[in-house]
Write a protein that binds this ligand. Structure first.
Ligand code: FAD
Length: 289
């Protein structure tokens, strides 16, 4: 089932995001994490794609196939194009299709200074156009990424939204946001997207933060701003790891409660492969969805 068909049914769609194990980790360790997350019955679980975009790296496919075929939960496999040629994209897509995966998150991927990008695709919208040119993928749902504070390479949010419209016009049927800690950025994006004629559901990406180093990493990677309320919470509990986890969950629950009250269509939880945190968060929000 295409993920876009989950929307518009009178309740908010709840999804999780997980990542494959690092090169040294075992895939089995992720399967036990997924089995615990599956007990929470999210509407779908998405699986990230290694930044290197190596075709030989099949763990995204195998994990998404486990979610779909063993757990009976809709799966979404991420795919990036910055380091893939057209032929390599087709190889990855055929692998997804053969494994029964019906949804992808089509991304450009981050450019790495250590690895010059391949030249077949410049933007995610080109990847989506290319996939949509192939009839054999007609049954595969395509989602795209969006950025409440604007993508770091865009001049401003207005320019980024014009580019986002190209992604939707190319065939993205749902959008998932980068994480954010101040809901005002999400409402701003949603309003401006509507004005730009973007009419697909936008799921809000929420990350319950659990450690100070995680916050620092995230801010460096995606440039999310940290509101005073959040900074005060982190500063108060930064030397009490267990309290910081509870604070992070409470902050995320508060953000989600406000989003739900304001009619958000989807909540996408960046689980960081931590079922304990996901379970605690879901226990607070599940009746509100
Ligand atoms: P694009 O949509 O191509 O946008 C990139 C930049 O180009 C933006 O500044 C945009 O404004 C601009 N642009 C777009 N189209 C045009 C155009 N036609 N003309 C001019 N400018 C244009 N990365 C991974 O490596 N693996 C993952 O699994 C992964 N999962 C993610 C999941 C989510 C929900 C999100 C939000 C991000 C994820 N990322 C992942 C990170 C993502 O790859 C980076 O943010 C990347 O820098 C941009 O990807 P994109 O698909 O949004 O790119």
């Amino acid at each position: 089932m295409k993920v876009s068909e989950l929307f518009g049914k009178g309740r908010t769609v709840m999804s999780f995001e997980i990542f494959p194990p690092k090169k040294t980790g075992s895939i089995e360790s992720v399967y036990s994490t997924i089995d615990e997350l599956a007990e929470l019955r999210p509407d779908y679980i998405s699986v990230t794609y290694g930044a290197g975009g190596n075709v030989a790296n099949t763990s995204t496919r195998d994990i998404a196939a486990h979610i779909k075929n063993e757990c009976g939960i809709e799966a979404m496999a991420h795919i990036t194009c910055v380091n893939n040629s057209r032929d390599e994209v087709l190889t990855v897509m055929d692998g997804f299709k053969d494994a029964g995966i019906e949804n992808i998150l089509a991304l450009r991927g981050d450019k790495s200074p250590d690895r010059p990008p391949k030249t077949d695709f410049k933007y995610a919208s080109e990847l989506i156009t290319f996939i949509r040119q192939h009839e054999k993928y007609n049954n595969i749902g395509i989602s795209g990424a969006c950025y409440p504070e604007g993508h770091t390479e865009a001049e401003d949010l207005a320019e980024d939204i014009l580019n986002l419209r190209k992604k939707v016009d190319a065939g993205a049927e749902e959008l998932i946001t980068q994480l954010f800690f101040d809901n005002r950025f999400f409402y701003d994006l949603r309003e401006k997207a509507k004005i730009a004629g973007i009419n697909v559901p936008i799921s809000a990406g929420i990350m319950p933060v659990t450690s100070k180093s995680q916050i620092e990493r995230m801010v460096t990677m995606c440039g999310a701003s940290l509101p005073q309320k959040f900074v005060r919470m982190v500063t108060k509990y930064e030397n009490k790891p267990e309290a910081l986890i509870d604070g992070g969950i409470a902050y995320a629950a508060d953000q989600i409660t406000d989003l739900l009250a304001n009619g958000v269509e989807g909540i996408h939880i960046y689980t960081m492969n931590n079922p304990y945190v996901a379970k605690k968060l879901v226990s607070i929000i599940e009746k509100l969805l």
